[in-house]
Design a protein around this ligand. Structure first.
Ligand SMILES: [Zn+2]
Length: 276
């Protein structure tokens, strides 16, 4: 596997400075996190086929920011990008850069379902899951894995293959515990944003059905390989819903903005087919 030299002192000399790995056991400041995320974000946006549609982007950013604004890290410059692939996935970079694949937008039936996915990713950033892994890493393992998968330097995949690799990279490193935290925190983020969190459950169930029908090779397979313990997570979300009681009264499930985004999406050329 490719060795990547990373220096904290001279990041400009490092091709993959965006993924600069800090020394073992160091503490990563918010400024460093944001810088790392911004540079990784440039790499990802350059390598993945982005759906740069003004209407869709504006809606997804508006929804995402309204959720992020309710968290303890509202001060980050949250940015949400849509990757033009039918593969169902979403991932977060440090510093508040969230990517959601078009496959999620096309599967979501209402704002609540999309909000659940975004809120889960937002919570990974709020809890600094990837940053903590970098801080704890003894040596370059985490950074190199992230660099390889996000920047395509370790293998010559076709651009479309990189979509899945890019999505997998960021997720695969999260533990089941991290995923549960992201669900539970995400659930509360959605509620604070005034949105009904039931969409987290219905979207999971929809993906599960698609995966079972596709026999492990559906557009949802990437999601399941990146999100361990889906069945347990569904049960956990069901528990939170049943414990919420009146707290969910009056929360919205859908919006005109969501439906306008869906109509716009339907007008756009289909996403390029991705390998499964
Ligand atoms: Zn996750």
């Amino acid at each position: 596997m490719t060795t990547i030299r990373i220096s904290r002192r001279a990041p400009r000399t490092v091709a993959l400075a965006g993924l600069a790995l800090l020394g073992a056991c160091s503490t990563i400041s918010q400024q460093e996190e944001v810088q790392m995320g911004a540079q990784a974000n440039q790499q990802v946006a350059a390598q993945l086929p982005m759906l740069n549609d003004a209407t869709v982007n504006a809606y997804v950013n508006s929804l995402g920011r309204s959720i992020a604004a309710t968290t303890s890290r509202a001060d980050l410059s949250w940015q949400f990008g849509v990757v033009n692939t039918d593969v169902i996935n979403a991932f977060a970079l440090p510093g508040g850069y969230i990517y959601v694949n078009r496959g999620v937008l096309s599967r979501a039936s209402n704002e609540s379902e999309l909000a659940g996915v975004l809120a889960h990713e937002i919570e990974h950033v709020v809890r600094r899951h990837s940053v903590k892994q970098m801080e704890q890493a003894q040596g370059a393992n985490v950074g190199v894995a992230l660099a390889c998968t996000l920047t395509n330097v370790c293998a010559n995949q076709a651009a479309q293959a990189a979509i899945q690799v890019g999505g997998t990279a960021v997720f695969a490193r999260f533990s089941r515990g991290d995923e549960v935290q992201a669900d539970e925190g995400g659930f509360n983020n959605v509620v604070r944003a005034g949105i009904n969190p039931r969409g987290m459950l219905t979207f999971f169930q929809k993906l599960l059905a698609e995966e079972q029908q596709g026999g492990g090779s559906s557009a949802a397979s990437s999601w399941f390989s990146d999100h361990p313990g889906t069945q347990d997570r569904i049960a956990d979300i069901q528990r939170m819903l049943s414990e919420s009681g009146n707290r969910l009264n009056g929360l919205r499930t859908d919006s005109q903005g969501f439906q306008a985004m869906k109509r716009r999406l339907a007008q756009l050329p289909a996403a390029p087919r991705a390998p499964r």
